[in-house]
Design a protein around this ligand. Structure first.
Ligand code: UTP
Length: 412
């Protein structure tokens, strides 16, 4: 980015303090910052000034429940298998996250959850994919979204482990975009004297980053019509699950969303609902007491199903919304930052905070549910399909995921 452009952007987003710092730098440092700016999406800074948008009218949505799925299982499965065999279904793993809560220095997928032998999170993903490959005799094209921070190590790790037996011809990588991190006053932080603190721009950036890499075209040229988007950290999930694929296709909806019955009303997952008549996901922190207590016509909690970040999206519908502006979420997280220090020979120290201290700017995949216009919420059994690894200990942790794997007889 050239300096004039940079100055304009800094002024546009009220970054006067940051601009002064950069202008005061020597040319070498300033040029390094300008080179970094080519990778940063500053438009996300707009979200800092946006008023929090009011939620629309929230109402319950009909979910396809386990009993209904069981009744039509064979019918759905046949539709799904046919679509998979015809090469119409691809998979996309969101692996660009920083995994800060887990606290590993490497990409989350490289984390070893084994007890007596190595069992990597990526390995679990490929094993789960092999179930459907074995069932259908068809390799599912897999797109792996990485970030600037973990792209190289993920590629090296998967090359070293030969994609855990998955056919590498069907594996494609792309790197997601980055956004700047800001302090609580909205000023961009520095991670080095000549580098802004930055983070991947949230898992909702997957389609625009896929387009930037030309992989949407690749998908279409190869006949892919549906894409199963999922998080790397759920070690139990079914990928390109034929029953789910078949049910979504049969419903005619542009999106299918796997959901589980929440373990308690306040569980930290998004609740599937209607918002102003459109399918939507309401984040747990937006749920009011009133919504939590509301009952449906059968006397069940009205918002008892939570999303597990496993969606099937119809590609042709994604195209029409891909270039629309996605909501940017301002999320308070722990961000290491540079601080002046007289005691340090460089004049600076890198502070690694113990508590959330700054804002990251992220788009979220769950916002696609609303933007896509139609959605089939599809219930799955938690014990069989939802073992997310978010934390090192406690809820949604390495330990809880291990217990769930052991309970289904998986050797760790
Ligand atoms: P989370 O929101 O749980 O984030 O991501 P995380 O990075 O794994 O962990 P924390 O919050 O830093 O502790 C859910 C899924 O979205 C992916 C993650 O890799 C995970 O699969 N993700 C998240 C991305 O691919 N890119 C992002 O920018 C953020």
């Amino acid at each position: 980015m050239d300096l004039v452009n940079f100055e304009n952007i800094m002024k546009m987003y009220c970054q006067d303090i940051v601009l002064d710092k950069v202008l005061a730098m020597d040319e070498k440092d300033r040029n390094r910052i300008l080179r970094q700016c080519d990778f940063l999406d500053f438009s996300f800074l707009k979200a800092l000034n946006d008023k929090e948008s009011e939620r629309g009218l929230i109402e319950p949505i009909r979910t396809m429940k386990l009993s209904e799925i069981e009744e039509k299982k064979d019918y759905f499965e046949n539709i799904g298998i046919e679509a998979i065999k015809a090469g119409k279904v691809g998979a996309l793993v969101l692996a660009g996250g920083m995994g800060t809560r887990l606290g590993s220095e490497h990409a989350k997928g490289m984390f070893d959850i084994g007890l007596t032998k190595p069992v990597y999170i990526f390995q679990r993903m490929f094993e789960n994919m092999m179930d459907v490959v074995d069932k259908t005799g068809t390799w599912i094209p897999l797109f792996i979204m990485t970030s600037l921070f973990n792209d190289r190590e993920i590629k090296e790790f998967l090359a070293e482990h030969k994609c855990f037996g998955y056919n590498p011809k069907y594996v494609k990588f792309f790197v997601q975009d980055m956004s700047p991190c800001v302090d609580t006053d909205g000023n961009i932080l520095f991670s080095k004297p000549d580098e802004f603190a930055m983070s991947p721009n949230g898992n909702g950036g997957f389609y625009s980053s896929m387009m930037n890499a030309g992989l949407d075209e690749y998908a279409k040229e190869n006949g892919i019509e549906y894409i199963n988007v999922f998080a790397i950290d759920n070690v139990l999930q079914r990928i390109a699950d034929p029953i789910f694929v078949g049910a979504t296709i049969d419903s005619g909806c542009a999106t299918g969303a796997k959901v589980v019955k929440k373990s308690d009303p306040g569980e930290k997952v998004g609740s599937i609902c209607l918002e102003d008549g459109m399918p939507s996901v309401i984040e747990y922190y937006d749920m009011t007491e009133e919504l939590l207590e509301q009952k449906d016509a059968d006397g069940e909690p009205a918002y008892e199903y939570g999303v597990i970040l496993n969606y099937l999206f119809r590609l042709k519908d994604m195209d029409s919304i891909a270039r629309k502006e996605m909501p940017v979420h301002v999320v308070k997280k722990k961000v290491p930052y540079l601080e002046k220090s007289d005691s340090s020979p460089t004049g600076y120290i890198l502070v690694k905070p113990d508590e959330p201290n700054a804002y990251k700017l992220e788009t979220l995949t769950l916002d696609f549910v609303r933007m896509m216009g139609s959605c089939l919420p599809f219930e799955v059994i938690r014990e069989r399909e939802f073992a997310p690894i978010k934390n090192a200990m406690g809820v949604d942790s390495v330990q809880s995921a291990r217990n769930m794997l052991l309970a289904i007889g998986y050797e760790l």
